[in-house]
Design a protein around this ligand. Structure first.
Ligand code: TXA
Ligand code: MG
Length: 305
């Protein structure tokens, strides 16, 4: 299976691959054919750049300019669920379409055993956005990817359920470090390493990233947040042990564990969608640790545009 994945990637085919955060739609980042195909399959707007995945920092030196903050965070968290925005080198071979023609690059070193074995066997990095149609729910298992793309892709490698369950933390390191997308690695852990006060600034006017689309991660059903009451035929996403088991209640974590809640979030949104509920109410989820990332995804999913 591993060999088949590698053979497909070498032929510039686009395939589904597991990572520890969510499943990705992977292709050769140096090939315009692969990159074009990723945008087409995902129906992704051309102005939204892709994350480029590498085996280690050696593999990346020829494409991006590294800096001190990068080295510190790399040492502490990589491989792992964190993405860095860095400046591109002029001689970089990354296909410009993958970067939406920007002069910066989002790079990541995924931790999942399978993707590491694959990255080790190829001589190019992988452009790999989450394997979902643009603005819908990210996939956390091979079946989700199959549901999303059916016959449109040749191959999906099954690596089990993605352990983290939501996308990597995105940190911009091109200037004063700042978080563009919250994830399981939070600002406190980053601050400890960089000894600066990195924050996640949610105001859209400050978010320069073209890809920080407001509406995202959406199951395509109206979502109301911080609500316990609603219609009796609505679906309810709950958290904590006080919620009883009911046919329309979906508990993110009975133990009130936020990591468990993150890993269940997209899975539960998909189940609710499949069961054809018309509306989702979500109870208040604590805004600490990975809870910040959960709330960010829920707020984007709940947006009308
Ligand atoms: O966990 C993850 O990061 C997953 C797995 C598959 O690795 N990938 C993922 O990719 O979430 P994607 O394409 O769904 O999200 C990438 C985010 C987008 O919001 C995009 O706009 C942003 O990273 N991004 C990419 N390049 C950027 C750049 N040069 N500057 C700022 N943001 C960038
Ligand atoms: Mg995505």
């Amino acid at each position: 299976m591993l060999r088949k994945a590698v053979a497909n990637l070498k032929k510039n085919h686009v395939i589904g691959l597991p990572t520890e955060t969510v499943y990705g739609l992977a292709g050769n980042a140096y090939s315009s054919k692969s990159v074009k195909n990723i945008y087409k399959l995902k129906k992704r707007p051309k102005y939204n750049p892709l994350i480029i995945h590498y085996f280690d920092k050696e593999a990346l030196k020829k494409d991006v300019i590294l800096n001190e903050n990068f080295f510190k965070l790399y040492k502490k968290f990589c491989p792992g669920p964190i993405t860095f925005i860095l400046r591109k080198k002029n001689e970089s071979k990354i296909n410009p379409l993958a970067l939406a023609k920007l002069k910066t690059v989002a790079i990541r070193f995924p931790h999942h055993k399978i993707i590491r074995l694959i990255l080790k066997k190829i001589s190019f990095p992988l452009a790999m956005p989450s394997a979902n149609i643009s603005s819908s729910i990210s996939p956390v298992c091979a079946k989700d990817v199959a549901d999303e793309f059916q016959q449109k892709i040749k191959f999906i490698l099954d690596g089990g359920k993605s352990f983290v369950g939501i996308e990597s933390t995105v940190v911009d390191l091109t200037n004063k470090p700042r978080i563009l997308r919250p994830g399981i690695i939070g600002p406190e852990s980053i601050n400890k390493v960089l000894k600066v006060n990195v924050r996640y600034i949610k105001k859209t006017s400050i978010i320069k990233s073209p890809g920080m689309l407001k509406k995202h991660y959406s199951p395509g059903i109206p979502i109301k947040l911080n609500r316990i009451r609603g219609g009796k035929n609505d679906a309810y996403i709950t958290f904590g042990k006080k919620y009883k088991k009911k046919y329309n209640h979906f508990n993110l974590s009975k133990k009130s564990n936020l990591n468990e809640a993150a890993s269940n979030l997209y899975k539960i949104m998909r189940i609710i969608k499949k069961k054809k509920f018309k509306k989702i109410n979500v109870v208040k989820i604590p805004k600490r640790g990975i809870g910040i990332a959960i709330n960010d995804r829920l707020e984007r999913a709940a947006r009308k545009k």
